[in-house]
Write a protein that binds this ligand. Structure first.
Ligand code: AMP
Ligand code: GLY
Length: 426
C-alpha cells in the first residue's frame, strides 16, 4: 500500500518512519516533509504545504494513496478529513466538527463541564463580556488562555490577578490574532502532567503507551512555554491504577460524549492531564492529533503495524485489535535552534549527523531542509534524539550521547529530560 503523511515536523518524521517499516507499505509520501524524511528509505517528500487541502486531495488521487495520516492540528481543524472523505479517500484523523475540541478551548471547557469530566474551574470571555471583577475575585495564580490555535504559545500563567487582567487584555488586543478573540481564565492546578494519547474510531478506544512531555524551555521546568523540549514513554506517574482512572473518568466519557453530541471522534486523541496531589486526573487540554515530541518516543516503542491500527479505526473495528509495545523505555531530547521559542535562527548547517547515525538510537528531524546535500536548520525544534533502554535512565544516557554528536551555531537543548522518572528510579 501507499501511505501519505501530512506535515513536516518531528512527529511526521516518526510517523513516516514507522509506516515505512511495515511490510505492507510500498512507499510513504510526506507533504511537505523535511530533511529527515527526504533521506528515509521508502519515503519520498512532496512539495505541498500541509494546509493546501485541494492539492493534497489531488496528490492522493493521482498517486493512488491508500491511507493518509494527518500530523498537525491546523489542517484537521480546517477540515482536511471532510475533504478527503468527500473525495472517497481514506484519511485518518477527526473531521472538522470533532477537531473543534482542540480548535476552541472555550468549546472544550463547555464540553468537559456538560459531560462531568474533571478540569480546572474556568470562565470564558470575549472582549464584550469581559468581567474584570470576576478575575479580581479569584485567587492567583491564574491561567489565561487564548481559546483558538496559538501553536502552544497562547497560555499565560499569571502570578497575580493584575497580571491575569493584563494578559487577557493583551489577548483581546490581538496578541495571538483571532485565537485570542475568546479567552479562558482558569484556576492554576498543581500536580504532575502526563500526555495520554489514544486512537479512537468514533466509539471504541485503543490507548497508546503513556508519555510525559517537558513544555518549558529550560532545565528544572523554567523559562517560557514551548511546543515541547523532550518526552519519554512510559510515564511512571501513570500507574496501572491511574491508567484505569484516566480511561474511566476522562477518555471514555469524552469519546461517548462526542458521539452523543453528534461529532464522533476518529483519529489520535491526546488528553493533556494534570494529575492532582489527590489523584484526580484533570484535563488541561485536548489535542486532536499526536503530540510532538511525544510521538517520537511512543512510536519508537510501538511494535504493532501502525497502518493496521489506523485502518482498523477507520473501519470502526478498533475493539478487535491490540497494540503491542517494546517493554523498554524511550526518551527523546529536542535540540532547538538559537532563539527558540521566540525569534528562531534559521539556515545553519547541521554537522555530525553521519557520526550520530553510527550510534545506537535514532535522530528524528523536525525543522530541517535539504539543500545541495547539506542539512540546514529551518524551524525552531530542529531535531529530536531518541534513545531506548531498559530504564528511563538508560534511554536518557543513549539520547544524550546522540544529542552530543550534532552541532550548529546557537543550538540548545535541556539536560534534564526525564528527570522525574529517573528520580523515581525508573
Ligand atoms: P495547554 O495548552 O492548555 O495545555 O497549556 C499549556 C501548558 O500550560 C500545560 O501543559 C501546563 O503546563 C500549563 N497549564 C495550562 N493550564 C494549566 C492550569 N490550569 N494549571 C496549571 N498549569 C497549566
Ligand atoms: N507536546 C505537546 C503537544 O504536542 O501539544
Amino acid at each position: 500500500m501507499r501511505v501519505l503523511v501530512v506535515g513536516g515536523g518531528g512527529r511526521e518524521h516518526a510517523l513516516a518512519w514507522k509506516c515505512a517499516a511495515s511490510p505492507r507499505v510500498r512507499e510513504v509520501l510526506v507533504a511537505p516533509g523535511n530533511a529527515g524524511t527526504a533521506t528515509e528509505p521508502k519515503v519520498r517528500n512532496v512539495a505541498i504545504a500541509a494546509e493546501d487541502t485541494a492539492a493534497l486531495v489531488q496528490l492522493a488521487r493521482t498517486e493512488r494513496v491508500d491511507l493518509t495520516i494527518v500530523g498537525p492540528e491546523g489542517p484537521l481543524v480546517a477540515g482536511i478529513v471532510d475533504a478527503f472523505t468527500a473525495a472517497g479517500l481514506a484519511c485518518f484523523g477527526p473531521n472538522r466538527a470533532a477537531a473543534r475540541l482542540e480548535g476552541s478551548k472555550a468549546h472544550m471547557k463547555d464540553f468537559l463541564r456538560r459531560h462531568g469530566i474533571p478540569t480546572a474551574r474556568s470562565a470564558t470571555f470575549t472582549q464584550a463580556t469581559f468581567d474584570p471583577d470576576w478575575v479580581r475575585a479569584q485567587r492567583a495564580p491564574l491561567v489565561v488562555k487564548a481559546s483558538g490555535l496559538a501553536a502552544g504559545k497562547g497560555v499565560i500563567i499569571a502570578e497575580s490577578t493584575d497580571e491575569a487582567l493584563a494578559s487577557a487584555r493583551a489577548m483581546f488586543a490581538g496578541q495571538f490574532g483571532q485565537a485570542g478573540e475568546e479567552v479562558v481564565v482558569e484556576e492554576f492546578l498543581p500536580g504532575e502532567e502526563a500526555s495520554f494519547i489514544v486512537i479512537a474510531d468514533g466509539r471504541h478506544v485503543l490507548p497508546l503507551a503513556s508519555s510525559q512531555d517537558h513544555k518549558r524551555r529550560d532545565d528544572g521546568d523554567r523559562g517560557p512555554n514551548t511546543g515541547g523540549m523532550g518526552a519519554y514513554s512510559p510515564a511512571p506517574v501513570v500507574t496501572a491504577a491511574m491508567h484505569a482512572r484516566i480511561m474511566r473518568e476522562v477518555i471514555e466519557p469524552t469519546v461517548q460524549g462526542l458521539a452523543a453530541d453528534g461529532s464522533p471522534f476518529t483519529g489520535f486523541l491526546y488528553a493533556g492531564i494534570m494529575i492532582a496531589p489527590d489523584g484526580t486526573p484533570n484535563v488541561l487540554e485536548f489535542n486532536c492529533r499526536l503530540g510532538d515530541p511525544e510521538t517520537q518516543p511512543i512510536l519508537t516503542r510501538l511494535a504493532s503495524d501502525l497502518t493496521e491500527l489506523c485502518e482498523a479505526a477507520l473501519a470502526g473495528r478498533l475493539d478487535q485489535v491490540q497494540a503491542s509495545w517494546d517493554p523498554r523505555a524511550a526518551l527523546g531530547v529536542v535540540i532547538a535552534a538559537g532563539g527558540y521559542p521566540d525569534g528562531v535562527r534559521k539556515g545553519d548547517v547541521v554537522e555530525g549527523l553521519q557520526a550520530a547515525a553510527q550510534l545506537p538510537g535514532k535522530i528524528f528531524h523536525g525543522g530541517t531542509r535539504l539543500e545541495d546535500g547539506r542539512v540546514l536548520t529551518s524551524g525552531g525544534r530542529v531535531l529530536c534524539a531518541v534513545g531506548l533502554g531498559a530504564s528511563v535512565a538508560d534511554a536518557q544516557r543513549q539520547a544524550y550521547r546522540l544529542a552530543g554528536a550534532v552541532h550548529w551555531p546557537g543550538m540548545h537543548y535541556r539536560r534534564d529530560i526525564g528527570y522525574r522518572a529517573v528520580a523515581r528510579g525508573a
